[in-house]
Design a protein around this ligand. Structure first.
Ligand SMILES: O=P(O)(O)OP(=O)(O)OP(=O)(O)OC[C@H]1O[C@@H](n2cnc3c(O)ncnc32)[C@H](O)[C@@H]1O
Length: 168
């Protein structure tokens, strides 16, 4: 099968390859059509869907996948959130979300000033390209769960839903 993923981010591409091991996976440069820093579950999910839909229009493929990172409030606490979408050539759509972790207040304050999480994390962790490697989730879980691990789980949820749909 040919699978297109709406991102060039290595953590996202590796997550898709970890689940679709026997398939051809290629990246597509497509816009999420949401803010570069989504601020709710709804906006983050929309970004994932737009990336998947846009990819399928750009590259001929059997399936497309969009993965999007964002942040969302539960009460007064801000959490990291992540969404994925899988769309088939016939235009059947699946969506799933990943694990959430609480973000420290100092990270929230920077985000509210308009700085993107990826940029904040590099300064905070004194590392480079955190968004393409361990991610904020890696930093705040003491490197127990990387961004790739978390997105692999999301892609497994999508893959499983797609398999179930094929059986029914
Ligand atoms: O190349 P693309 O696919 O655009 O990947 P991205 O990491 O830049 O973009 P996302 O849309 O997934 O994430 C939206 C923003 O949130 C940041 N972000 C989200 N989750 C993150 C994480 O776990 N670690 C670091 N930055 C994260 C990211 O860097 C962006 O600024």
């Amino acid at each position: 099968m040919r699978i297109v993923i709406g991102s060039g981010n290595p953590a996202k591409i590796a997550a898709v390859k970890a689940v679709f091991t026997k398939d051809e996976v290629s990246p597509a440069d497509v816009p999420s059509l949401v803010r570069s820093q989504p601020f709710s579950d709804q906006e983050t999910r929309e970004g994932a869907i737009n990336r998947a839909a846009g990819s399928l229009k750009t590259v001929p493929a059997d399936l497309s996948i969009g993965l999007e990172g964002g942040v969302m409030y539960v009460g007064e606490d801000l959490y990291l959130c992540n969404w994925g979408s899988l769309i088939t050539r016939e235009n059947t759509r699946f969506t799933a979300a990943g694990a959430r972790v609480l973000l420290p207040k100092e990270i929230e304050q920077e985000l509210l000033k308009g700085v993107e999480l990826g940029d904040i994390m590099d300064g905070y962790a004194k590392r480079k390209n955190v968004r393409k490697k361990e991610g904020a989730i890696g930093i705040f879980t003491n490197d127990r769960i990387s961004r790739q691990d978390m997105f692999t789980h999301v892609v497994k949820l999508l893959h499983g839903q797609w398999e179930y749909w094929q059986r029914t």
